[in-house]
Design a protein around this ligand. Structure first.
Ligand code: BJW
Length: 242
């Protein structure tokens, strides 16, 4: 693969790195992405399984969808792209990984400074008390699950039309404004507010390097886009840049 010297130089010299990841980074682990051919939204209607309205109408159906997701995550594991980002963090003084993913593979691969914009499917939230706890039961002992207080638990993820966790969003914007390099991996850049981050970084003077199978709405802003599987391209680029 041809890797422009300029890209290696930017990666080497970057003082503050922000990374934005999406479902594509976990594709080579064996997880299905949301959009495109054979994507999750081809099989499921998001209005039926990933909105507050869906939850109100049929919490069991929503839980069954998330239960499938939990099973798939448990059956697979992080891939070389996740591990490479953890390595980049180790050799960087200022590194923030902003992910839209709910699978926790970044933390499993060793990443430390991770901002989860859309929550984490291993956490559950009590609807009455608002308390959040970790539940890694696969399968769940009971669907839908209940809190000891008697109230139903929901997955601690962000559905459409729900606000993102304020602290996560604030920290993501801060990292975006401050970084001199943003690496964008495996996201279609269509879901807001996450989709705004690369252009904000660009407007604040950061270089953008993208890893995706195909062009995205931010490819024209990128100093370079590596088109291919991130589990192959990202390790190869980092090997040369480190
Ligand atoms: C590879 C690869 C390989 C494959 N290597 N690459 C109009 C304008 C602007 C905004 C809106 C609007 N109408 C509605 C909105 C808001 C809405 C939105 O953005 N809608 C769009 C449809 C326009 N956003 C929201 O509702 C958000 N909340 C919000 O805005 O709140 C405002 C508010 C404030 C106050 C009160 C109330 C509300 C919330 C968004 C939540 C998103 N949730 C999901 C589901 C979580 C799972 C669950 O339910 O449990 O999050 S949707 C889904 O999309 C998931 C993802 O995180 C997210 C992004 O997808 P991602 O990661 O980019 O995946 P894909 O599949 O799209 O792309 C994969 C990419 O990988 C592709 O590019 C491939 O090519 C690539 N790839 N293999 C490299 N091997």
């Amino acid at each position: 693969m041809e890797i422009p010297q300029e890209v290696l130089s930017v990666m080497k010299k970057a003082k503050k790195i922000a990374v934005l990841t999406g479902a594509g980074i976990s594709a080579e682990s064996g997880l299905i992405t949301f959009r495109g051919k054979d994507g999750i939204w081809e099989k499921f209607d998001p209005d039926e399984v990933a909105t507050p309205g869906a939850w109100k109408k049929d919490p069991l159906k929503v839980w069954e969808f998330h239960e499938e997701f939990r099973k798939a995550i448990a059956e697979h594991e992080p891939n070389p792209a996740h591990f490479t980002l953890a390595e980049i963090e180790k050799s960087s003084d200022d590194f923030t990984l902003i992910t839209q993913n709910i699978d926790q593979y970044h933390q499993d691969a060793g990443s430390k400074n991770v901002i989860e914009l859309h929550g984490n499917v291993w956490r559950v939230k009590c609807l009455k008390e608002g308390t959040v706890s970790v539940n890694k039961d696969v399968p769940m002992k009971q669907l839908p699950p209940y809190c000891s207080c008697g109230s139903m638990l929901r997955p601690d993820v962000v559905w459409f039309n729900e606000p993102l966790p304020p602290a996560a969003l604030e920290n993501a914007f801060k990292a975006t404004y401050e970084c001199d390099l943003m690496i964008v991996v495996g996201t279609s850049i269509v879901i807001y507010p996450a989709a705004m981050l690369p252009s904000f970084a660009y407007e604040h003077g950061a270089k953008i390097i993208e890893f995706n199978l195909e062009p995205t709405p931010i490819s024209h802003l990128a100093m370079f886009s590596f088109f291919g599987k991130a589990g192959e391209t990202l390790p190869e680029v980092w090997e040369k840049a480190r």
